[in-house]
Design a protein around this ligand. Structure first.
Ligand code: AMP
Length: 567
């Protein structure tokens, strides 16, 4: 096991690491820092969030800065404002004994003038979201001509969010002689393409394997009727009073509604999604970080880059369509050596998704039952007793009231007193769970992959019954150019919507778009699932189409499509 000293880090940085309580390097730091300090190579590091990757690139990056020069010598690109601020803070901490290092974070949603001033005051390290950096480049407010190191952090997330072109534009403004270090949790096709196009024979380091879930996370799933997922969620929360969780939904609307329901039912919950203003998001995050908020209900996009320690549970109220999203979601817990639970509350129809995640991530998902009333009350009781035992009594403050209280309660025996204290806490749960039914679905026979539930794989013949009722046609801006054939499209539709193949009819594929016939009764539901969908970094757009066979009002749809594309 190495120490930070043995990795060759200079004394000033070692001192800061000591003060931060970093005793020994994490595996990713152990494997990357020596290369990045001495090697002249580019690097691709496959590492999950929470593994200590900021220090893995941050320390060698700081060692390369010539503090005499007040030009931008290091550039870190990161997908979100949150992450930018976090990285800039970390770099500032690591360099607290290195005078002359000036780290400036730049990101959207904050005053661009202040950021320009920050850079002009002599920033030698800039940490940026791609969009804001492009703005600054267009204004001529930043010069990347002296960059020695460019870091692409959470590269897969940046690509998922559609920053591909921006990254290309930015890298083209940096000298060809610089080093490029790419950090990513997953190694998809797009990440490989960026590595291939913009890096020279990069060293590859993989910690814990690519596309793999973090080993400190226990993956669990509970199966209920889809309409009972909310009741099940509340039971899990009630059964674990110490839960500090992020709950993921797929759309902004679901996120908002779930948070509102929880609040109405007396839970300490709030929503985080893209329809909130930056100020509102900051407020929610500040409450969550300070643990004044127990349940953060979030969309995938809004929760990207969140680094809050000790999150005990990631709850998937809806399973995401893509494996990578599941990995990113669960990576919010189990950070920095802590363990965590990633719990999926699913309807029966989503069982195949759990099986598919197990195969792709090579992890076991443990089946857990939704707790029943008795279990919840028992756990609440134990926690309550634990609190009574541990509570600190301020004798000075309370002491002067005690005589009076003792007199008031003199008629009650010890047993009666205990009963009443317990009842005070428990009446709420008693009322809620007295006649609570079992929410678990009996899985016997259900855990086979139903023919109709199976997402189409390449080579699979579609094996579903065509719907016989009325149909409506949907237009979607994905086609053969995106790699779809009919089977893949059907698999994709089932994955996103959670519906089975029997709700979809004919599929007409064109190169850039497609038309799909959908069971009319499910049409609006299907459309709603695509509201916030992305495919390989591109927003997915859907609309009422002209018919998979005739595409009669195709011109109208195409016009709308083009308008949306240029919007
Ligand atoms: P990161 O993957 O960079 O987001 O780091 C995750 C968390 O681990 C952060 O809170 C870091 O402060 C912490 N951390 C990073 N490296 C170490 C280390 N060597 N020892 C202890 N904590 C660390």
């Amino acid at each position: 096991m190495s120490t930070f000293e043995s990795l060759g880090i200079r004394a000033e940085i070692l001192r800061s690491l000591g003060e931060l309580g970093f005793e020994k390097p994490t595996p990713v730091q152990e494997r990357t820092i020596p290369h990045l300090l001495s090697g002249e190579h580019d690097m691709v590091a496959l590492a999950q969030t929470g593994t200590g990757k900021t220090a893995a690139f941050g320390i060698p990056l700081l060692e390369r800065i010539d503090v005499q020069q007040r030009q931008v010598q290091a550039l870190v690109l990161a997908p979100t404002r949150e992450l930018c601020v976090q990285i800039a803070k970390d770099l500032t901490h690591f360099s607290s004994y290195l005078p002359g290092i000036h780290v400036v974070p730049v990101y959207g949603g904050a005053s661009i003038r202040d950021q320009v001033r920050g850079i002009q005051r002599g920033a030698n390290v800039v940490v940026a979201t791609p969009g804001r950096l492009i703005d600054l480049l267009e204004r001529g407010a930043v010069d990347l001509g002296n960059v020695r190191v460019a870091v692409l952090d959470e590269a897969d997330e940046m690509l998922n969010m559609g920053f591909q072109e921006d990254i290309t534009t930015i890298l083209e403004k940096t000298p060809g002689t610089k080093r490029t270090w790419l950090f990513s949790a997953t190694m998809g096709h797009e990440v490989r393409r960026i590595a291939g196009n913009y890096m020279h024979e990069p060293e590859e380091v993989s910690v814990g394997g690519g596309n793999k879930a973090n080993a400190d996370i226990t993956h669990q799933y509970a199966v209920v009727m889809a309409r009972d997922r909310y009741l099940a969620l509340k039971r899990f929360v009630d059964a674990d009073p110490a839960m500090f969780a992020i709950i993921f939904c797929r759309t902004k609307q679901e996120t908002q509604e779930l948070a509102e329901h929880l609040t109405k039912d007396g839970y300490n919950a709030d929503a985080l999604h893209g329809d909130l203003s930056q100020q509102q998001r900051d407020r929610v995050m500040a409450r969550y970080r300070a643990r004044n908020l127990q349940l953060l209900v979030a969309t995938d996009v809004a929760a990207r880059g969140i680094d809050v320690s000790n999150i005990s549970h990631v709850v998937h109220f809806d399973l995401p369509g893509e494996v990578e999203s599941y990995t990113h979601r669960s990576g919010r817990t189990g950070r920095a050596g802590k363990s965590g639970i990633s719990l999926s509350i699913i309807g029966v129809r989503d069982l195949y998704k759990v099986r598919s995640l197990e195969q792709r991530l090579k992890v076991h998902f443990a089946y857990v039952k939704v707790p029943d009333g008795a279990e919840i009350m028992e756990r609440q009781l134990l926690t309550f007793i634990g609190r009574i035992k541990e509570v600190q009594v301020d004798h000075d403050a309370v002491g002067r009231f005690l005589n009076e209280v003792a007199l008031d309660l003199a008629d009650l025996s010890r047993e009666e007193l205990i009963q009443r204290i317990v009842a005070l806490e428990f009446n709420k749960f008693l009322k809620r769970y007295k006649e609570a039914r079992d929410l678990n679905v009996d899985l016997a026979g259900k855990d086979r992959k139903p023919r109709t539930d199976r997402p189409m794989q390449e080579g699979n013949k579609p094996a579903f019954q065509r719907p016989t009722g009325p149909m409506r046609s949907m237009f979607i801006n994905l086609g053969t150019k995106d790699g779809f054939d009919k089977g893949k499209m059907l698999g994709y539709l089932c994955g996103i919507t959670g519906l089975t193949g029997q709700h979809f009819g004919r599929i007409l594929l064109k190169d850039m778009y497609s038309f799909i016939d959908i069971d009319a009764a499910r049409f609006d539901e299907v459309i709603s699932h695509f509201r916030a969908a992305n495919y390989k970094g591109r927003p997915v757009r859907v609309d009422e189409g002209g018919g998979a066979t005739g595409a009669k009002d195709f011109k109208v749809v195409k016009k709308r499509f083009n308008k949306a594309r240029h919007a």
